[in-house]
Every structure is written in C-alpha cells, then in structure tokens.
Ligand binder design. Structure first.
Ligand code: SAM
Length: 246
C-alpha cells in the first residue's frame, strides 16, 4: 500500500523497480552508491510513499536539454528560476551544460520530490543552497531573466491557482524575460475524454496572453510519457516559450 499522500504506480511498475532504474540512470552521471543503498531507499520510500510516481519513473532523464528553446537559454544573461522544480533533474543538467550555478534557483511548494532528488543524486550538501521551498511565492519583481516550468501546468487543477502561477512567473521576470517549459496537453484534433488533463493549445496560448506574455511559440510533441487511462491517444506534450514584453 502507498503511504498517505502518495499516489499509485501505473500497472506494471513498482516502487522498487523504478527506484532501481532511476539509480542506474543517475549512476550514468557519475553518482556512486554504497552497498545496501538501494534496499535502504526502497525501505524509506515504502514507508513514506512517493508523491509523484511519474517523477520517479522519469528521474535521471532531464527534459530541459531537449526543449527547443534550450540552446537559446544557455546563451542568455540573467538568473533562471526553475518554478516547480521537483527532483531538480533539470537544474543539474543546466550545471552539467555549463550554465553558471550562481545564476540558478529552483523553487517548489513541496519538499518531497526535492528530497527524492537529493537521495538519488547524493548531493544534498553541495546542492541544497540552490533549492527553496515555500507555500507562498518568495520572489520579488523582475528578479529573473528566465523562468522554466516543466510538467507543472497540468498538475495545477484549480484555474485560480494556475493564473496565480502564471502571474508570479510574469512578475518575477524582468522586462524582456522568457518563460519556457512544457506541459501535458490535448493533442491537435483530439477529443477530450471525461478524465482528460492538460489544456488544448488555444487555451494554453490564451492563458499566457491573459497573464501578459507575448509572442508564444508552442510546439506539440507526440511522446506521451504519462499513463492516463482512456486518454493516451489524446494527450501530447506541448513545449512553450513566451516573452514578457520589454
Ligand atoms: C510533475 S512534477 C514536475 C517536477 C519537475 N519540474 C520535473 O519536470 O521533473 C510537478 C511539480 O510542480 C510542483 N507544483 C505544483 N504546483 C505548484 C505551484 N503552484 N508552485 C510551484 N510548484 C508547484 C509540485 O510540487 C511538483 O514538484
């Protein structure tokens, strides 16, 4: 049984199996695990549960470096905020790719996935200063040149909370700053099933415009990593990039 607050793993996947696979992927980045580490982690997360099983399933597979805006992001000045950072896979990739560490901040409303990232990467001591956790958005106006948002839009079910999220991103960006990221969405031409998640392209573009962003680029990707019953053929991943006017 899952611990309170955690969600189920999809059919065919188990906590132990996914932890083992995540450790193999992270080991490929050079992380070394002592004997017994895997059993200890399985014990810990069997007791505590995993808040977002899907995040464990993809842990060690950063997505930011596949985003169409990434080459441009690496060349920009200013600070970058990973807003809804989860395990921190993506900021670790930025550092591996030479983006200056002192210009990176990772924020989440929840500690669970950040701790999962520390447990897998074994780098709490050296990385914890980059992460910040709070129930309220802690950043002032125009602090960042870029805000990155990966798989956060589709987990925010409440419309008001989603608008607050976008408005926080807008406010935290300096004029000319860029919001980029990805979300599950409804594929072009698909009909939403009753339990569907993720916005159609027009809705995503509309919400970005309402928040004050301009010149959105939204690219549909067909790989659908989530196991969403009844919705598998309808869901896509949208990558987006949009600007706070200068
Ligand atoms: C599916 S996970 C994605 C994590 C990470 N961005 C990634 O791509 O692996 C969604 C994350 O968004 C965070 N989140 C949800 N609502 C948020 C909000 N309003 N502000 C900040 N983070 C939020 C959750 O706590 C969770 O860590």
């Amino acid at each position: 049984m899952s611990a309170p607050g955690s969600r189920w793993f999809p059919p065919g996947k188990t906590l132990g199996g996914e932890l083992g696979l995540a450790m193999k992927r992270v080991a490929a980045f050079g992380v070394v695990y002592p004997a017994g580490y895997e059993q200890a982690l399985v014990g810990k997360y069997s007791r505590e549960g995993v808040l977002y099983p899907h995040i464990l399933i993809i842990l060690g597979q950063p997505r930011i470096n596949h985003h169409f805006f990434y080459p441009r992001a690496l060349g920009r000045t200013g600070r970058l905020l990973d807003y809804g950072c989860g395990t921190g896979d993506n900021i670790r990739q930025l550092i591996r790719d030479g983006f200056p560490r002192e210009r990176i901040t990772a924020f989440d409303i929840n500690r669970a996935s950040i701790d999962l990232g520390f447990d897998l990467y074994r780098d709490r001591e050296e990385m914890q200063d980059l992460f910040s956790i709070s129930g309220t958005f802690p950043y002032g106006p125009a602090e960042f040149g870029m805000v990155y948002s990966a798989s956060v839009v589709h987990v925010i079910a409440d419309e008001g909370e989603f608008r607050t999220y976008l408005s926080n991103a807008w406010s935290a960006l300096r004029p000319g700053g860029i919001l980029f990221g990805s979300t599950l969405g409804l594929a072009e031409g698909a009909v939403r099933s009753p339990d569907g998640r993720g916005p159609p392209r027009e809705q995503l573009a509309g919400e970005l415009a309402v928040a004050g962003f301009r010149h959105p680029e939204i690219v549909q990707r067909y790989h659908v990593p989530h196991d969403v019953p009844g919705d598998k053929d309808n869901m896509c991943v949208f990558e987006f990039c949009t600007e706070k006017p200068a």
